[in-house]
Write a protein that binds this ligand. Structure first.
Ligand SMILES: Nc1ncnc2c1ncn2[C@@H]1O[C@H](COP(=O)(O)OP(=O)(O)OP(=O)(O)O)[C@@H](O)[C@H]1O
Ligand SMILES: [Mg+2]
Length: 338
């Protein structure tokens, strides 16, 4: 059975995992979630897994070294996470003697082990996310982050990441690995602490992958769901007879105006075409992926500026508020209530 979530409870979870097919907008949506939650007063970390530091670049900052947080806005930090760096960080925590560490890191056996051990990279990555989600600030005694957003790699790979603690636990039921993987499973599968959001575009391949991913997450991994985010939507419908009339009149226009009118007509036809395709796939998603849905428009921009991000955050906020109203009487609580 799927672990479906009340939209109202989502903001209280402290680990959000953002998954989806390659290139659909996972990093963009993770950053939008981050900006939105930070505006509500949450202290947020966006952790980009195996990425190119795009989350930081999007927010106008240079990425910090792997595994280090960089504050990019009030309440919002970003981090790049990668398995072997996470393993090194973990060893530094449990082997504080520098000399021993240097010997370990420089040994060929260690290098070989990190490169070859199946699933180690994935396990350490999820371990690092767990560490950040549970991390307590030594000075204040409070949790470091109210919300950690894991920007996961593309679908197949993220299933490997999310499934690794379970796989490791089946192999090593006791001992250090058994214990650590059990803690990761507990966090990932806890509907009080975790929500997995799926991002897609309304096109054939991403929708097929979304449906498959949804079933895998329900049946194999049994993780608690969050939102389905449909990104880059075209949603402008034109009346067909108006477009036809415009086409008929093109021949009668003076040369100087015809080129512009033709370009307008082409854009309108293209927009209409995409909107029709997207409407069809939205319908398919409604039937097959029963999650609270957020729809984000396609923005025409070569590179996203703060203003573009702001526009999308406003849409996101509005849609989440709509879902919140629909799920009353519970409603979302703001950070100040928690
Ligand atoms: N709403 C949108 N409108 C227009 N372009 C968008 C929108 N959302 C994302 N994009 C663009 O889509 C591209 C892919 O976005 P993004 O890098 O967030 O995807 P991703 O799923 O993280 O990719 P990857 O799997 O490579 O990590 C980027 O060029 C981004 O600017
Ligand atoms: Mg990405």
């Amino acid at each position: 059975m799927p672990v479906l979530s009340e939209p109202a409870s989502l903001l209280q979870r402290r680990l959000w995992v953002v998954v989806g097919k390659g290139g659909v907008g996972k990093t963009t949506v993770s950053v939008l979630f981050g900006l939105w939650a930070a505006q509500l007063g949450k202290r947020v970390l966006v952790a980009e897994v195996d990425g190119a530091g795009r989350a930081a670049w999007l927010l106008g900052a240079e990425p910090a070294p792997l595994g280090m947080a960089r504050a990019v806005r009030p309440n919002l930090s970003v981090m790049s996470v990668e398995g072997s760096a996470a393993l090194a960080e973990y060893l530094r925590l449990i082997l504080p003697v520098r000399r021993v560490l240097d010997v370990v890191f420089s040994s060929r056996i260690y290098q070989y082990f990190v490169a070859a051990a199946p699933g180690l990279k994935e396990l350490m990555t999820v371990g690092k996310i767990w560490y950040e989600a549970e991390r307590v600030d030594a000075e204040t005694g409070h949790r470091m982050w109210d919300l950690v957003i894991m920007d996961a790699p593309a679908t197949g790979h993220s299933l490997q990441y999310l499934g690794m603690p379970k796989a490791a636990h089946e192999v090593f039921q006791t001992g250090l690995v058994g214990r650590e993987s059990q803690r990761l499973i507990e966090l990932l599968s806890d509907p009080v602490r975790t929500a997995v959001h799926i991002v897609t575009t309304a096109e054939e391949m991403p929708v097929n992958e979304t449906i498959e991913m949804y079933h895998r997450l329900c049946s194999d991994l049994q993780l608690p769901f969050g939102f389905l985010v449909v990104n880059r939507l075209h949603n402008r419908r034109f009346e067909a007879d108006k477009l036809l009339r415009l086409r008929d009149r093109l021949a009668h226009l003076p040369q100087s105006e015809r080129a512009i009118a033709e370009a307008v007509l082409d854009r309108a036809l293209e927009e209409e075409g995409w909107s029709a395709i997207h409407a069809q796939y939205l319908h398919r998603l409604s039937e097959q992926v029963p999650l609270p849905r957020i729809e984000l428009p396609f923005l025409f921009a070569e590179e996203f500026s703060s203003q573009h991000l702001g526009e999308l955050v406003a849409v996101l906020a509005q849609q989440i508020a709509g879902l919140e109203r629909a799920s009353r009487p519970h409603g979302f609580r703001s950070a100040r209530d928690s």
